[in-house]
Design a protein around this ligand. Sequence first.
Ligand SMILES: C[S@@+](CC[C@H](N)C(=O)[O-])C[C@H]1O[C@@H](n2cnc3c(N)ncnc32)[C@H](O)[C@@H]1O
Length: 216
Amino acid sequence: MRKPEKSRSPSNWPSSLPYLRSPIYSPSLTQAHLTAIRTPSEALPSFPSSLLAGPHTNVRITPITDPAHPAYKQAGLFATRDLAPGELAVPYLGEYHPSATTDLTSDYDLWLDKSADVAVDAARMGNEARFVNDYRGVPGRDGKRQNAEFKEVWWAGKDGKGEKGMAVFVLPAGKRAVGRAKTVGIAKGEEILVSYGKGFWDQRRDEEAGMEAGQL
Ligand SMILES: C[S@@+](CC[C@H](N)C(=O)[O-])C[C@H]1O[C@@H](n2cnc3c(N)ncnc32)[C@H](O)[C@@H]1O
């Protein structure tokens, strides 16, 4: 019997990883951590928590088969329809954890709330958003940088409750946007690309240099 749409994992989801429809909370999070991320913040854009559960049909996990792509033989995330400037593309789900339990080998760990000492790691579990690549070196971009960004949000639940979260957003249209760029931020079939930030790549370079120098 076919599984109902919502209980399936998206295509190309790795069978070795749990597919999440809501965040997982590390047992190392204290009540203080949870209170901090559950304290409403008007500064954050608010979205209904019903948007958390995928599969998210506006994006597709796609194997990278172009040898010129820096994530060749890995996967990336592509738009299945035109996405509007500023649109929420996909929530970023993973395990919420304190910095004390940071996995230093993870390439999927983002701060959720640095002042509350809570991060979200999608290395061992997550959703489609864990496949978003960085724009650097991606061929065919005509000099364009990222077309999306990570942003903190407020996932609004019932009875005024809610929680901080992370999501991938299409970049807003710039003031100088003309024509189609005013209404389409990421075109159907285009790869969704963020910037991991210079810090990510500096650290990667230092680690690689350390390995070459024979450091453990
Ligand atoms: C959050 S994951 C992105 C998804 C990953 N491609 C996958 O299939 O699991 C981050 C990893 O993707 C790869 N990656 C993403 N963007 C890259 C880029 N512009 N250049 C080189 N590697 C990249 C690196 O291996 C990095 O550690």
